[in-house]
Design a protein around this ligand. Structure first.
Ligand code: HEM
Length: 386
């Protein structure tokens, strides 16, 4: 286990060629063996460039209105009811993931893909017993149907002059052609990487803002000034507005640090490696521990205190890695932050929320660390509470 920033940099960046990514075979089967996570070298870097291209600012700018509309669809359905924050956030982040996978107004039956994805998800962390009736078998079955649906869509789009939007469009129009299974595995992989990570961070933000009233007030003030400008100019939220949310951005940074939802990652030594006086034998797992580094008082004084102002100065190099580091680092980090900014903008300017239930504190692992019971909250409109 690696808990020093310099050692983590060596494993993930400077000697990354000696430490390959590694996942249990059952996870590879469920996501698809040709997905980006499982590869290194030429195939990995080719895919990485394609995936990164959909998250360039020029592409993301076009997503702001769509994401804003999605938020506008969800928020009123939460009003005056008790919701399970994590589950609702997962519904929202799945919709955003579908948008980045297939583009806006796609011809696919996204509702049925979403339904199948839920079956797949239920089996992902189950015992990998391939026997009728087990969650693993059900997940594999759902995966097969998603795969068939995607292959039909791929065939259709290949025949058409229009390759369509989202990652699917980008992978289809790649110069050096990718096979149908390479495309399908990476679409499923993108949805998988995008949904629960972002939903868990959103759940924590609501918890932290709820617990820090002054901060909620300051974030609301920042967001109301943007909302005021938008209504003066009689327009919708746009990309440029999301670049003018410094306090909210620091709240996101601090949430990513404190919650460290991806607490560590796995690598495997590809050969016997001499490492800072130790021998790491070939085949041994090496775990850079992001959470431990993020919670070290050497780099983040009073690490258990939720204090966004610590990000007024940039953290020391290699001490802050919520999105990983090196060639496998997260290509979706800017999309994740954008979704959160748009959610917080709409939520703080319109609603307040109270946590429901006795036990307000505590963590559960789902497997990402999230507030207990997925944070049940009651949401009310600000207009009605004043
Ligand atoms: C707050 C939300 C998110 C967090 C905390 C997060 C975190 C991470 C981390 C730490 C890694 C690196 C794993 C490793 O090195 O083993 C990673 C990889 C990845 N993430 Fe994210 N992620 C988030 C959201 C997203 C979103 C929204 C997308 C896409 C829409 C995405 C797509 C990916 C992909 C495709 C990889 C694999 C990259 C590769 O292997 O080269 N992630 N993520």
């Amino acid at each position: 286990m690696i808990s020093s920033p310099d050692a983590a940099r060596i494993v993930l960046v400077s000697r990354a060629h000696l430490f390959k990514t590694t996942y249990p075979p059952s996870k590879q089967k469920i996501i698809g063996p040709e997905a980006i996570f499982f590869h290194q070298g030429e195939y990995h870097s080719r895919l990485k460039k394609l995936v990164q291209s959909i998250f360039l600012p020029s592409s993301m700018k076009l997503l702001v209105t769509d994401i804003d509309q999605l938020v506008a669809k969800f928020l009123p359905s939460w009003e005056n009811t008790t919701i399970n924050t994590l589950n609702e956030m997962k519904r929202f982040t799945l919709d955003v993931a579908m948008l980045s996978a297939f583009g806006e107004g796609s011809d696919l039956d996204t509702e049925s893909i979403k339904h199948l994805y839920h079956c797949l998800d239920k089996g992902y962390n189950s015992m990998p017993i391939n026997f009728p009736g087990t969650p693993f078998r059900k997940a594999m079955k759902a995966r097969k149907v998603i795969d068939e649906t995607l292959r039909r869509a791929i065939q259709k789009r290949r025949k058409s002059t229009q390759q369509g939007g989202g990652l699917l469009g980008v992978l289809l129009s790649s110069k050096d052609q990718l096979t149908d299974s390479q495309i399908a595995d990476n679409i499923i992989g993108l949805i998988f990487a995008a949904r629960d990570t972002t939903a868990s961070v959103m759940t924590w933000i609501l918890k932290y803002l709820h617990d820090h009233e002054e901060l909620l007030h300051a974030v609301t003030t920042e967001q109301e000034s943007i909302r005021g400008r938008i209504s003066e100019e009689k327009r919708k939220l746009k990309w440029e507005d999301t670049r003018r949310m410094p306090l909210t951005s620091r709240v996101i940074q601090e949430t990513l640090r404190t919650a460290s939802v991806l607490s560590f990652t796995f690598r495997e030594a590809v050969e016997d490696i001499e490492f800072e006086g130790y021998l790491i034998p070939k085949g041994w797992k090496v775990l850079p521990l992001f959470r431990t580094i993020h919670h070290s008082p050497d780099f983040f004084p009073q690490p258990d205190k939720f204090n966004p102002s610590r990000f007024e100065v940039p953290p020391s190099p290699n001490t802050y890695m919520p999105f990983g580091n090196g060639s496998h680092s997260c290509p979706g980090s800017e999309l994740a932050k954008l979704e959160i900014l748009i959610l917080v903008h709409n939520l703080t300017t319109t609603y307040r929320w109270e946590i429901v239930g006795e036990e307000l504190d505590g963590i559960q692992y789902s497997p990402f660390p999230v507030p207990k019971q997925g944070l049940p909250i009651r949401v009310t409109s600000i207009k009605k509470t004043v």
